[in-house]
Structures are given as structure tokens and as C-alpha cells.
Design a protein around this ligand. Structure first.
Ligand SMILES: [Fe+2]
Length: 398
């Protein structure tokens, strides 16, 4: 069902893959796969079915490279051809037959859209396009942010449709990507299926939530995501990438941030070394929150001083199943610009009530994602609900 049509996003293929996902879940549940107690949406497919297919998706985009990954039902020899705006093509072939396919192109032009075509054993299976990361000085791009998504709920699918409508160049994930335990088999119905029409033409940059590490300390996450500073299945839990005039820092807030630990030392030196005009940090546990969990004291005590000292502009976190925008603020060093903190944990899982405290500028218990636009002198941030309504917004200028 995967290889009969080379047209992008064909209806028949969508239906076919849907049925496969459904069949995969049912067979796992029926064969004794672990079932969580609280609801059908928490049913876990621990293992990936042996014939599971995953459509081509993009990872690890830079100004000159990108990785295309997919999984076929059976072993096959993959080949990918990309074509630039000048009409020139480049083809990469895998050396042998595999089920888990990975092809990385290098030497590409920055900020450039390429078409790509995937074949298996010579048969066309997919076509789509990607854009390489924009170089310094080239702004006027959009990105998305969302968190606490992967439960397979109608809200998750609705937010995915709105994100597709917004059509960002890439999306940041603030963690809790796959409930309840980040299980390998659950990535099919709760990640790849809801986002299949997005991740073939834009990169999702993930960070680890507390649920994502419950299966083998996040091994399935590292199986599926290729992060900027490591390869698949390496333990690259925090990383940096650049896009236009922004440096992005994705962190693992499941770990402590005490000063002797490697991640703290890395983020300190990476923020210090960054010469980007804008700095955006994203991770799971919010330093300021009027939601169920409240402020994360460790993040607040250890990371916020670094954010203030090194000129971070915007911080995105999740974990709370609601939306909250914090009043721009500094708490340790008064000199310098106030930092904008956003809690975005309404990507699809069940919502929780949220209140307000002295730090809250706006809060709402609502499914949503963030639509962000970066221009030369401003970052415009919108909170968008599952009907496409902008229900909150702010602008950071420089
Ligand atoms: Fe969480």
C-alpha cells in the first residue's frame, strides 16, 4: 500500500496507512501488549509491529544538509532524488536492503526549497519537498511550537491540521510527545499518524518530556529522531541549531541542572558562545507556571540566571496541560531586556484547569499550538486554538 503511487499525500495512501496503524494497534493489544488502566487512549503498543511502515519524514536540517528517514514493511533498497530550483538533481542510494531507511544530503544551498522523490527497489513511493535552514541575516520565516501532544485524541489531530494550515518552516516540541510511556509502538498512532502530513515537508525538533523517558530512558525517541548533535540511537539529549538570526537551544529538563553536570556546563558555554541576534530556548518543565505543577524550582534556580545573563529572548516549555504567557521579566539581574516565557502544553492530551498568579499575563485551559514569525527586528508569537483562532499574542522587539 505504500509503493503504488508517487503523488504527494494521495487519499488512497492515507486510508491505507490508517488501516495499517489500526491493524497494528489491535494486533498488539490482542497479543498481550501492556495496557494502561485509565482509558483506551492510554493503551500501549510497546513494540513496533514488524511490518510497520512509516512514511518519509525529515530531520536535522541545517543550512547545507538534511536527513530523510522512513520505514518500509519489508526490506528494500531505498533511493532518494532531490531537485533544486535550478532543475539540477542529486541521487543517493542505500548500499543494501533495509527496513529502516536513512539518507542524508549534504552540500545543499541555504534557505532553498528542494523537491524530493523516494523509491524502494526502483518503485516510486513518495514525493514531497523541504527547505534548508536559512542563513544568518535571512529572516521573515515562521516556526511552530507545541507540547504534550501524543495521545491520539481528536484534539491532537485538530491541532495538527491547524499547524499544517499555519505551514511553518519547522516546529519545536516541548516534550511529552508520546503518552503514556513514550513506547516504541505508540509512536505510530500517537506521533507518525497525526503528523504524517506535516513531517514530510518540515522538521520537528523534539525535546524529552517526563513521559518520553519512561520506556528505556527514551530509547524509542532516539530511534526515531536524529538530533543536530548526534545520530539516531545516540544519547544526544540536548542540542543547538541555527535558523536565520536565531540560535535555538533544546534541553532535557528531566535532568537536574546543577553546575557540575554536563548539560549545565554545555548550555552555559553554548549560550555564552552564541553570537546570534536572537536566542530561543525550549524544554519541558516551565520555570514559571500557574498550572497544576507550579514553578519548576530547579529550572528557575539554575537556568533562569543563565538565560538572563546571556540574553535569551524567549523560552518555551510544556508539561502543564494548558496555555500560559508569563509577564516578561527578569528575577536575578535587572539590567537587560525582560525575557518572554510561554507554557505551551495543549498539543493534544487532556487539559487541566489553570489559574493565574502574580507572574501570569494570560492563561487558559485550551488545546493550541504556537505560531511564531521571526523578522529582522521582531518575533511575533501567536497562540492558536484548534479552530484556527488566535486567542493570545505578543511581540518581542529588538
Ligand atoms: Fe510532562
Amino acid at each position: 500500500m505504500f509503493d503504488h503511487n508517487a503523488f504527494r499525500k494521495p487519499v488512497a495512501l492515507t486510508l491505507g496507512v490508517s488501516l495499517l496503524f489500526l491493524a497494528g494497534c489491535q494486533s498488539l493489544a490482542g497479543s498481550g501488549g501492556h495496557l494502561a488502566a485509565d482509558s483506551a487512549q492510554n493503551a500501549e503498543a510497546t513494540r513496533l509491529p514488524s511490518n510497520a511502515e512509516i512514511r518519509p519524514y525529515l530531520q536535522n536540517v541545517t543550512t547545507d544538509g538534511i536527513t530523510i528517514l522512513w520505514r518500509s514493511a519489508r526490506k528494500a533498497k531505498g533511493e532518494v532524488t532531490i531537485t533544486g530550483p535550478d532543475g539540477r538533481s542529486q541521487t543517493l542510494s542505500e548500499p543494501g536492503s533495509v527496513q529502516d531507511h536513512r539518507v542524508r544530503f549534504t552540500g545543499l544551498e541555504p534557505g532553498t526549497t528542494y523537491r524530493y522523490a523516494v523509491t524502494q527497489d526502483g518503485k516510486p513511493v513518495w514525493t514531497s519537498e523541504f527547505i534548508t535552514a536559512r542563513p544568518r541575516g535571512q529572516n521573515g520565516f515562521t516556526f511552530g511550537v507545541m507540547g504534550d501532544m501524543g495521545k491520539g485524541t481528536p484534539a491532537q489531530f485538530a491541532i495538527a491540521r491547524q499547524l499544517a494550515q499555519f505551514d511553518p518552516e519547522f516546529t519545536l516540541l516541548t516534550g511529552d510527545i508520546v503518552y503514556f510511556r513514550g513506547a516504541e509502538g505508540d509512536y505510530l498512532p500517537k506521533y507518525f499518524k497525526p503528523y504524517q502530513d506535516l513531517i514530510d515537508d518540515q522538521v520537528f525538533f523534539p525535546t524529552l518530556g517526563n513521559h518520553d523517558i519512561l520506556t528505556w530512558l527514551g530509547k524509542p525517541y532516539f530511534r526515531f529522531f536524529e538530533l543536530p548533535t548526534g545520530n539516531i540511537e545516540s544519547a544526544s539529549r540536548y542540542y543547538q541549531f541555527s535558523y536565520g538570526d536565531v540560535d535555538f537551544f533544546g534541553l532535557d529538563s528531566n535532568q537536574a541542572f546543577t553546575k557540575i553536570l554536563p548539560q549545565y556546563r554545555w548550555v552555559k558555554s553554548a549560550l555564552e558562545a552564541s553570537t546570534a541576534k536572537w536566542k530561543v530556548v525550549f524544554f519541558h518543565h516551565p520555570p514559571f507556571s500557574a498550572g497544576k505543577h507550579g514553578d519548576d524550582n530547579g529550572v528557575q534556580k539554575h537556568l533562569v540566571p543563565l538565560f538572563e545573563k546571556h540574553g535569551v529572548d524567549v523560552v518555551f516549555a510544556g508539561h502543564e496541560h494548558n496555555y500560559e504567557r508569563i509577564k516578561p521579566m527578569r528575577i536575578y539581574e535587572q539590567a537587560g531586556r525582560p525575557i518572554t516565557y510561554i507554557v505551551t502544553g495543549g498539543g493534544g492530551t487532556d487539559l487541566r484547569p489553570v489559574g493565574k498568579n502574580q507572574n501570569t499575563a494570560y492563561s487558559e485551559s485550551i488545546h493550541h499550538f504556537m505560531g511564531v514569525k521571526v523578522e529582522n527586528d521582531r518575533i511575533s508569537i501567536q497562540a492558536i486554538d484548534q479552530g484556527g483562532r488566535v486567542f493570545d499574542s505578543t511581540v518581542v522587539t529588538k
